[in-house]
Structures are given as structure tokens and as C-alpha cells.
Design a protein around this ligand. Sequence first.
Ligand code: XMP
Length: 513
Amino acid sequence: MSHETVIILDFGGQYNQLIARRVRECQIYCEVLPCTTPLEELKARNPIGIIFTGGPNSVYLETSPQVDPALFTWGVPILGICYGCQLLAHTLGGQVTEAQDGAAREYGKTVTYYDTSCPLFRGLPETGVSWMSHGDYMAKVPAGFSLTARSDACPNVAIADEARGFYGVQFHPEVNHTEHGLQILRNFLYEICGAAGDWTMGDYKQTAIAAIREKVGDGRVLLALSGGVDSSVAAALLAEAIGSQLTCVFVDHGLMRLHEGDEVEAAFAQWELQFIRVNAEDRFLVRLAGESEPERKRKIIGEEFIRVFEEESQKIGAVDFLAQGTIYPDVIESGAGDAAVIKSHHNVGGLPDCVDFKEILEPLRMLFKDEVRQLGRELGLPEYLVARQPFPGPGLAIRIIGDITKEKADTLREADFIFHEELAKTGEDRNLSQYFAVLTNTRSVGVMGDGRTYDYTLALRAVSTADFMTADWARIPYETLDRISTRIVNEVPGINRIVYDITSKPPATIEWE
Ligand code: XMP
């Protein structure tokens, strides 16, 4: 697979993944590599350009990460962002110091004036807002560089040495708060690095299929399919590549959303793979009976999942490859080279130990989530699978507070379905990152018809978030909440009160358990 490649050298900045996503959005393949990666390894990738990321350090401290000076005589264009910009200045003979008294220290949205004759800012208006976050200041710009942007507080917001192809910006073009940020990155990639833009999902699909066929040969592949986006797309890609050599084991633990198990199964009917659906609701409910402690519930489900998977894989016998839906953020976050990554609290965990296989196959390892979704669409997976919001491995078990019974799971499933249906009707679902119902363990008195009820309280939760690490509760209009509440109370027996969760994360978490 040979694509135009941009290397993003990671100096520890908080937006590094975002830079990579933006570059991919510009249809150019990129990889995030540690700033300590030896020059030879960088050269082996034959990049068309390099981006230095931001970072928490000050370049003038001895302990701060630096780069091999040979990088600057290689002839590859470089864009330095924030720390990366200061590193360019510092290494090439300029001077970076701590900004005094806040004069040139800038945080947040800052009005910026661009020199639009600089290739980096070509096509931009002369003034725009950029997102700054730096406490250091370029007191002296290195020889050969000119100043190409300024703010009211700081004359040195961007520097350029056009002859050598070196550019630096103190602000963050990758964040949405920077107006025209994407255009600045596009300019670097297309105008300065001379990219043609050969990274499209259609092409990727073809090259990935060819690579899988070559690697797998006539071997056999086993995949644990959860029905989530990543494992579903991995399954579809493998199915397209090797068809009947693939066995997918889909364990339905009975704690999925309404119709979910059938939907997953239906989505894979178009391929010739071996699809094993294990309906294991009974055994999961037996194991969970009487358990109300959240961590124990998670553990029981994780263990039971492995047991079911183990039993099935023993029936299948030895396989050559175990496939996993690991995606690029998992790889970057782990900082690991080629070790297989299993997200600790987010995955069922421990699967490879119980299966007899020779090698791990991770066909989505270099893709971001939105690219995984795009690939899923290319492969013909239905939208209900591809656009699916995150759903925790333990499923409804951690949305039923207290002990779990089939009756409670059915009640929750119905209520959750109505919530989804109503949000889809108004189109509000498109603005939400995750939304679901929670069956609280609280019962309260109500009145229906002329009679007293003593039924469960259902909580509705909806959040918007970029990364699921923090989240804001969603401001769903009262009218929509009203319709949802009325429908659920009328249509779902056992629920007589609805509350809406108005806590953000932190201090709450997204899930209730
Ligand atoms: P919290 O509740 O930690 O959730 O704010 C953050 C995101 O992670 C999902 N989540 C899980 N996903 N297994 C998973 O696969 C889990 O055990 C699990 N717990 C939480 C949650 O739905 C949200 O998207």
C-alpha cells in the first residue's frame, strides 16, 4: 500500500490526533510518530511533508524534546505548530523565551492578521480568528525566515522560509476555533508539499482487500463480532476479502437494544462467511441473577463472554488468525509499536488467551473512527450499523441499576427504543453523540386512570461530546422531552415517571454505572 504520506511528529500536544484527522480529511494519508523516531525510520516512509505538533514543554529547556538537525537538510517541507513552531525557531538559530507579563502570551481566540502572499495563507482573508495556547514567545526569528502573521499582542504569530519549505504557526490550525484552519493545512499539504490527495476510502478498500488476501492466503480467520461499528466493519472488510475463510462469532448476551441482534445478523447475510450467532441470554441472566454491584456485573459479563467464545472456538478448531477491530486512536493512545491493543474497560478483554491462533489481524489499525464508518459504507453495510453510537460491551446490564431480570431488560429496551425513535423523527439525534434510557432502581407512586401505581422511574440521558472523555448534557427541547415522556409512560408497562439527566461529565460519567 503506497500512498502519499505525511508524518506527524508527536511532541506531546493535546490536539495531535486532531491534526492527523484533519490531514486525512484533506485526503492525505498520515501517521503520528513519536518525536524520538530515528531519522532512518522517517525516511523509510518517504513522506511528502512533516508536521511538528504542539507540546507542553518549553523548547529552551535542556530536558525538552528536540529533533535530529539532519531533518532540516533532508529537503522535506515542515510545518511546526505551537511548540513545533518554536522548535523550528530555536533549532534554526532564532530565540524563544518565556513571554513576560502576558504581553505575548496568548490563550484562546485571538484576532490574527495574515500575510496572504505567503503560500500557507494563500486564499485566506487578511484577518481571522485563531486559537492560541502558548506561554513562550519567539523573541528572535531565525535567519532566512520572514514574519507572515501577527496579532495585536504579538508580532511573531507565523514564520516562513519559503526557500527551504519551513513554516511555523504559533496557533492551532487543527482546532475548529481557528477560522480557515483547515484551509491553512490544505495549503501546506497541496501548495507546499505538492500533494495530489490519493487517500480515499474507495482506494483504501481495494488496497486493504488485496493486502488481507496476500497475508491470509488460504488460512482461516476468526473474529469476535460485538455488533459495534469497529468489529462490524472489520468483519465486512474481511468478508469481502476472504469470504468463506472467515468465521464470525456473534455472542448475543441478551442485553442488547431492541432488534439489535437481528439487525447485526441481517447485515452480514450478503456475504458467504461463516456466521455463528450464539443466543446466550439465558446463561448470562443466570450468572447475573441477584447481582447489583456495577463492577461485578461487568466482570461477570466479561468472563461469560470469554467462556461462550471459547466454547465456540473449540468447536471451530485451530485458526490461523484472530481478527480484531483495533482502530488508530487505540494504537496512538497505547503508544505501542505493534502490540495488539485491547482497551481495558472498553472491551470484553482477554480474548486472545483462550483461542488457538498463530497471528493477530487488525485491518482497521490505521483508520480513525469516521474513516471506519466511511469504509463501512463503501462495503455496503447498512446505515443503522455504520452510524451506530457507542454501546458499552456489558450492554443494558450497566443501564439497569440494581439487579437484572429479563423483565427489566425488556422494559428498558422498549423505552429506549421510543427515545431513539422520537429523536430520529425530529432529526435531533444528529446533534447528539450518545443517548439512551436508564432503568433506575427507584419506584415511586403515580396515578394512572383512576388507580394508584407504584412503578419504576426511567432516566433519559443524552450527551454531546467530541471524545467521550468529557461530555455536556444535551439541551433537548422540552417539547421533544414531553412527547417522549408521554409515549413511554403510556406504552411501556412498569414505568410511571421519567426524569432527564442534566449532569455533564465530569462530575458524572456518561453511563450510570
Ligand atoms: P463513561 O461512562 O466512562 O463512558 O463516561 C464513556 C464512553 O465509554 C462507553 N463505555 C463502555 N464501552 N465497554 C465499552 O465497550 C464498557 O465497559 C464501557 N463503559 C462505558 C460509554 O458508553 C461511553 O461511550
